[in-house]
Design a protein around this ligand. Structure first.
Ligand code: ATP
Ligand code: MG
Length: 243
C-alpha cells in the first residue's frame, strides 16, 4: 500500500535562505512519526508546505495517492490534512466550543451537526467541561488541546502537530502523549514536531531528523537518538560531523 503522505525532493527558498533542501519523507497509514531537529531546521516550513500554506520552490507533495502540490490549504484540509500551529491560533474572543465548531464546519454546513461533532471532539480531548469559557481563559496546556480538538473536528486522515507538547509540565505533557496515542487508535496518522526527546521518542514509531533544512537521519527512535550525527546536530558542533 502506498504511503499516506510523501514529500518528494522538496526545496523551499525564502529569498536567499534555504529552509528545506531536497526533503523526501514518507508517512505510512496509522503511523506516529516524529519530526525533530534544532531550532530553524525547517520543521514548521515543511508542515506549512504539507498543509498547503505555500507551494514549494521545488519538488512535490503526495497525499493519499495523489499529487496535491498545486492544491490550496482549504482543499488539502477537505482531503484530510489537519494541522495545529506552533503559535497557538485560537480565536481568543470566541468560546471553546465555537472554536471547535469552526473546524467541524469543514465537513458540514448543518450547524447542529457541527455542534454535535465539536462536543464529541471536546469530550475526546478532555475539554468538555471548558466548552463554554472563552478560549482566552484557557491555561496554556488547555489551549494546546483546543488546537488539537479543532484540527480533529475537521476529521483528518493525517494530523500535523507542531509542538503541542512544548512548554507543558511533565504531567500535562503525559496527558498530551496519551491524547496523541488515542488519536492514532482512532485510525488517524500523526506527524508531529517536538523538541523534548524524552517525551517524543517513546511515543513515535519512527523519527525523522531535520538539520539545516535537510533530512539528517531517519529510523527507529532508539537508533536515531544514538546516532552521532543527531547528537552532534543537537549539541551544535556541526564541524564534528565531518560532512
Ligand atoms: N515565511 C518565511 N519567510 C522567510 N523565512 C522563513 C519563513 N518561514 C521560515 N523561515 C526561515 O526558515 C528557516 C526554518 O524555519 P522553520 O520555522 O521552518 O524552523 P523550525 O525547524 O520550525 O524551527 P523551530 O524549532 O524554532 O520552530 C528559519 O531560518 C526561518 O527564519
Ligand atoms: Mg517550528
Amino acid at each position: 500500500m502506498t504511503a499516506l503522505l510523501e514529500t518528494r525532493n522538496i526545496t523551499q527558498r525564502f529569498s536567499g535562505l534555504v529552509a528545506n533542501s531536497d526533503v523526501s519523507i514518507s508517512v505510512g497509514r496509522g503511523e506516529i512519526v516524529g519530526l525533530i531537529g534544532p531550532n530553524g531546521a525547517g520543521k514548521s516550513t515543511l508542515f506549512n508546505l504539507i498543509a498547503g500554506v505555500f507551494r514549494p520552490t521545488e519538488g512535490s507533495i503526495w497525499f493519499d495517492g495523489e499529487d496535491v502540490t498545486a492544491l490550496p490549504a482549504a482543499e488539502r484540509c477537505q482531503r484530510g490534512v489537519g494541522r495545529t500551529f506552533q503559535v497557538v491560533k485560537s480565536f481568543e474572543t470566541m468560546s471553546v466550543i465555537d472554536n471547535v465548531i469552526v473546524g467541524a464546519l469543514v465537513r458540514t454546513t448543518v450547524m447542529r451537526e457541527a455542534r454535535r461533532k465539536a462536543y464529541e471532539v471536546l469530550e475526546f480531548a478532555g475539554l468538555a467541561a471548558r466548552a463554554h469559557v472563552l478560549a482566552s481563559d484557557l491555561v496554556p496546556a488547555e489551549k494546546r488541546r483546543l488546537e488539537v480538538a479543532r484540527a480533529l473536528a475537521t476529521q483528518p486522515k493525517l494530523l500535523l502537530l507542531d509542538e503541542v507538547l512544548t512548554g507543558l509540565t511533565p504531567t500535562e505533557a503525559q496527558t498530551g502523549v496519551e491524547l496523541v496515542r488515542r488519536v492514532r487508535d482512532t485510525g488517524i496518522t500523526v506527524l508531529m514536531v517536538e523538541h523534548v526527546m524524552e517525551i517524543v521518542m517513546p511515543l513515535v514509531d519512527r523519527a525523522i531528523v531535520l538539520d539545516l533544512g535537510k533530512v539528517l537521519v531517519q529510523g527507529k527512535p532508539a537508533d536515531v537518538v544514538r546516532d552521532p550525527k543527531v547528537i552532534t546536530a543537537y549539541l551544535g558542533d556541526r564541524h564534528a560531523v565531518g560532512a
